[in-house]
Ligand binder design. Sequence first.
Ligand code: PHE
Length: 353
Amino acid sequence: MDPTAEIEQGLSAFGEDFRAQFAAAESELTLRSARAELLGKKGRLTQLLKLMGRVPADQRKRLGEAVNASKLEVEACFQARLDELSRAAREADLKATPFDLSLPGRAPARGHLHPLTQVREQVLDTFEGLGFEVASGPQVELEENNFTKLAFPPDHPATDMQDTFWVKVAGAESARTLLRTHTSNVQVREMSQRQPPMAVVSGGAVFRRDDDVTHSPMFHQIEGFWVGEGVSFSHLKGVLTAFLERMYGAGVAVRFRPSYFPFVEPGAEVDVACDFCTETTCASCRVCKGTRWLEILGCGMIHPEVLEHCGIDSERYTGFAFGLGVERVAMRRYGIPDIRLLFENDPRFLAQF
Ligand code: PHE
């Protein structure tokens, strides 16, 4: 067929159908494919345009203008529908409920203090409330402050390689240095620096060569002591009983049991009644192991020799001291059977406190 006639027929067959097609397109995708049928590489108008080369020169202007006019109409119609669709989409977006307000919220996971920190803060707070001030001491300590001034004899088993981490400090190899085995070094340091009266508490990490379900090579203690004129064992009992009642509830049964520490005389261990069992279930109680009592702390009247080592007149002043294991309190409070759980930092475990 001659190209002029072919184009003329094509144009008249082309008609206005595309308008209805575009109007019916409900998505940008269908709209674009409807346009491609006309103006794409193999589109109907594109085919007609391809014929233009073969049209005689005197017809070319007229036909060219006609095809182009159709093309422009298609483009304009396409663009109008495209604008309509995006306006509608935007309006629907604005009108839609942005999200369902009635859905339960997804709260971000919230952390909290580690159970050991919680216990430490409670204990320190309680003593601060009783008038004690908070001090701190180093974890790497001289033998003198950890043992000697506390009247440990040089061959005391606690100083043994099995119990104590001895360390060499670069540049001070001759100094006998260790990781403190208890927080009692703070007693020595504070008492060596000042004169009574003083009432001090201090918490921190301590280290011993121990490792099983109830012992960790690193654990935490809280130390407290009060030195002044006329401080007596009844002050010790009163302060510690008040503390234990705050921790375990008013009226909790408290037991003072004679015990030995080289730096106190007399010395005692303090137990509170186990509240994980009753008289009848106590035999199988994992927490108190059938004893009905939980050992909480060691204490005693500071040995006069220790006061003298620290430059305090033991004729004039007396004092008491106590030391408490933070892990032990936490384990007994929460019924935690294995101390290592406290240091693994498994969020499934920690989330329970
Ligand atoms: N330092 C002792 C210990 O670690 C505890 C203690 C402190 C005992 C103060 C008496 C007085 O076992």
